[in-house]
Design a protein around this ligand. Structure first.
Ligand SMILES: Cc1ncc(COP(=O)(O)O)c(C=O)c1O
Length: 392
């Protein structure tokens, strides 16, 4: 059972605002904020190196926490500064092996940061980017994916839950195809982690990238990469320092044996600590409980919005996630965000350029993006619905 009273008390801003911007950056629980402040105070008192040494056990435990969250092993986890760096480390590492004519298969709702990286490697190495079409229900068409595979496909890179709406791509079915053909599978789980259960074994992905600040409720500037051990040992990181690889002789280095080969030496330890605590916080509540509550609140919001005149819901697919996207035929998204802010309702907007292929296909303008989390109340959702009902 979700102890909403305690959870909201530990998220004091919920008393002052309807915070529905969790796909942007969620509110971090107060005990975690305090732990990070305490860590900064410790650094101020004894210095950063001594603080890290004193808290080494807890800092090391962050790998185990993230591993538990994903059903992975701690040595398969790299802690980095955001989801983009995590994804880049995996993608650009693999890209070192690409040859002209190699193909990447991706999804229509692929995130912009990933797609521009595909374009760069296309320009640099002559690879081909092939976008797997979506089926009539909006999900990536797994049959079409299967049909597109040949010996030149060197990577399947998919965004599980896109930034611009509730679509939840069939990540595990994609994983089965990737496994059957022995193709590396990079899953962008940035918007999924923290709002639903993640099991990299069940998903069948070889690489999984995510951020701390969104549905996980961790601090900004935190993220992680999971890489399956067997793949990692074959893959050179695109960039290394003397933490990722020991300088063992004048003309030789040896890569670390674990996923920390994708990290470098210097880090924000307070943020890292906060990330670990945020993962533990989510695990203590239970991802199944979190997911059920997120879906329930998102369904309430979608039901309410779909009853309103002039409002069009823009989410794709069955059983959508807690990212609710919509437009109003008379009021621009940015205006709605502003009017909401004036009433202490926090929501965001999603730019077509962040998912250009999907946005062009569906002729999407800027979307309003409202993303409830388990700590929201029904009243938070209803406050946004009341605002939308009053729009011109
Ligand atoms: C689907 C998806 N992938 C990746 C990212 C990038 O995450 P970060 O900003 O932590 O690098 C985002 C950010 O919104 C996202 O929505």
């Amino acid at each position: 059972m979700l102890d909403l009273t305690r959870i909201r008390a530990e998220t004091p801003a919920t008393a002052r605002r309807a915070y529905l911007h969790n796909a942007g950056a969620a509110l971090t629980p107060a005990p975690i904020v305090k732990a990070m402040k305490d860590y900064l105070d410790l650094e101020a008192e004894i210095g950063g190196y001594a603080a890290a040494a004193q808290e080494a056990q807890q800092l090391d435990g962050v790998y185990a926490s993230v591993a538990r969250l994903l059903n992975a092993a701690p040595d398969e986890i790299a802690l980095v500064e955001n989801a983009t760096v995590a994804w880049q480390m995996a993608f650009y590492g693999l890209a070192l092996t690409f040859k002209p004519g190699d193909r990447i298969l991706t999804a229509e709702a692929e995130y912009g940061a990933n797609y521009v990286a595909f374009l760069q490697i296309m320009r640099r190495s002559g690879i081909i980017i092939d976008v797997v079409p979506s089926g009539p229900n909006g999900l990536l068409d797994v049959g079409a994916l299967e049909g597109m595979i040949d010996g030149r496909v060197k990577l399947i890179a998919i965004t599980w839950v896109p930034t611009n709406g509730g679509l939840t791509n069939p990540a595990a079915a994609i994983g089965r195809v990737a496994r059957a053909h022995g193709i590396p599978y990079l899953l962008d789980g940035c918007q999924a982690v923290g709002q639903m259960a993640v099991d990299v074994e069940a998903l069948g992905c070889d690489m999984f990238s995510a951020t701390g600040r969104k549905f996980l409720r961790g601090p900004r500037g935190s993220g992680f990469l999971y890489m399956r051990r067997a793949l990692m040992q074959k893959l050179e990181p695109p960039m290394i320092d003397h933490f990722a690889a020991e300088w063992v002789a004048r003309d030789r280095y040896e890569l670390r044996p674990d996923a920390r080969r994708f990290e470098n030496w210097e880090n924000n330890y307070a943020a890292r600590l906060g990330l670990g605590l945020a993962v533990d916080y989510a695990l203590a509540i239970g991802l199944d409980v979190i997911e059920a509550r997120c879906r329930q609140l998102a369904a309430r919001l979608r039901d309410g919005l779909s009853a309103l005149q002039h409002v069009t819901l823009r989410d794709l697919g069955p059983n959508p996630s807690a990212i609710v996207s919509f437009t109003h035929e008379r009021v621009a998204a940015a205006d709605i965000v502003k009017q909401a802010a004036a009433r202490n309702i926090n929501i965001g907007a999603s730019d077509p350029a962040s998912t250009r292929i999907d946005a062009e296909r569906r002729k999407l303008p800027m979307l309003v993006r409202a993303s409830p989390h388990y700590y929201n109340s029904e009243d938070d959702v209803d406050r946004l619905l009341a605002l939308c009902a009053e729009l011109a």
